[in-house]
Design a protein. Structure first.
Ligand SMILES: Nc1ncnc2c1ncn2[C@@H]1O[C@H](COP(=O)(O)OP(=O)(O)OP(=O)(O)O)[C@@H](O)[C@H]1O
Ligand SMILES: [Mg+2]
Length: 329
């Protein structure tokens, strides 16, 4: 049984590609066979991630007569490679189908009249059928373009489950509401399931207790230095210490209250949107600005011990549970 999962969003930069590729790599490492497709026809990015050039692009297959096998590339060795070279760590497989980023290629795929567009959509369906027939993957993960665009809708039409990623911000939320009400319901009424993924939420970057202690210690050191220099000007050391400490404490309390308010506001917004659009939140991923994702960011979830990897693991588990529930409905 093959499940198709699509990532979509109202606005760009919400983390579709990052989460889709990490989830795919994670599932492959868990022993599944996964095929990740770049259907972000308008601005494909997976090729730069993986640094591979396929024999043929998805564009060639859809528009021309490229052979199906030339479009799909097995990149399992990229995931299962350790420092000594390729070493199989699991029976999983990761295949990718990439899109060309040349402008003329995407213009071709935008299609002309509605008959031609129908033909392209039919070819996309055939592409998925062929994929299932040839590779029998457990999951087909599809990365799409943001917004309501022809190819995003085509990709959503193929999906059993789609994830709508969004960031905290008014434009995102209002646009998302509109998009879900106008578009998503027509897909979900045919049986696909959709979920919200809140990405880059606040919270993680607040200093932890340890870090706070460090900040406090370094502040105290700085205070002592201040005291010494002020002492030289014959100020009273005790009164300065308590005044500086008080200011520090006040500042810290203020920051904590602000963070608490922000968190509450965030949770309220999440709940409200979830209710308004009738979609469950399947994952909330903080903004992990401490890991500057490298070019190999699709490997974060399989190579680095980090809370981001835990979120991807939990997303995979919840998704599998939802798919099971869907089957038993
Ligand atoms: N949870 C996160 N914490 C920190 N940075 C993140 C997180 N998720 C994604 N990013 C970063 O945000 C940027 C945008 O992410 P990504 O390219 O995955 O978004 P996208 O939705 O695919 O964008 P587009 O719509 O343009 O294709 C990337 O630089 C990525 O590294
Ligand atoms: Mg993207």
């Amino acid at each position: 049984m093959t499940y198709s999962i699509a990532f979509h969003s109202y606005k760009g930069g919400t983390g579709k590609t990052t989460i889709a590729s990490n989830l795919s790599a994670f599932l492959a490492k868990e022993g599944h066979s996964v095929c990740l497709l770049d259907l972000d026809i308008y601005a494909p990015s997976l090729q730069t991630y993986f640094e591979i050039t396929p024999k043929k692009w998805i564009n060639d297959y859809l528009y021309g007569d490229a052979k199906f096998n030339d479009v799909i590339t097995d990149i399992s060795s990229l995931i299962f490679k350790d420092e000594d070279g390729a070493k199989p760590l699991s029976n999983g497989k990761l295949f990718v189908g990439l899109c060309a980023s040349k402008k003329e290629d995407f213009i071709k795929l935008e299609g002309g009249n509605s008959d031609f567009r129908k033909q392209l959509f039919h070819k996309l369906i055939m592409f998925r059928e062929k994929l299932i027939e040839t590779y029998d993957p457990d999951y087909i993960v599809i990365d799409t373009s943001p917004g309501v665009r022809y190819w995003s809708l085509n990709a959503l039409a193929l999906a059993d489950v789609f994830f709508l990623t969004l960031k905290m911000g008014d434009l995102d939320i209002e646009g998302t509401k509109k998009m879900v009400n106008e578009i998503y319901h027509s897909f979900t009424s045919y049986g696909s399931k959709s979920f919200l993924i809140w990405n880059k939420v606040a919270g993680y970057c607040m200093p932890s207790i340890d870090k706070k202690e460090n900040v406090k210690n370094s502040c105290l050191k700085q205070n002592n230095l201040n005291i010494i220099s002020r002492n030289n000007k014959r100020d009273s050391p005790l009164s300065l210490l308590s005044e500086d400490n008080r200011q520090q404490q006040q500042q810290q309390q203020q920051q904590e209250l602000q963070a608490e308010d922000q968190k509450k506001e965030q949770i309220d917004t999440e709940d409200k949107l979830s209710k308004e659009v009738g979609m469950k939140v399947i994952s909330t991923i903080p903004c992990y600005c401490d890991i500057q994702f490298s070019k190999k960011e699709f490997l974060t979830a399989v190579q680095i011990l980090h809370p981001f990897s835990e979120r991807i693991e939990s997303l995979a588990q919840l998704m599998q549970q939802e798919l099971q529930d869907k089957d038993s409905e």
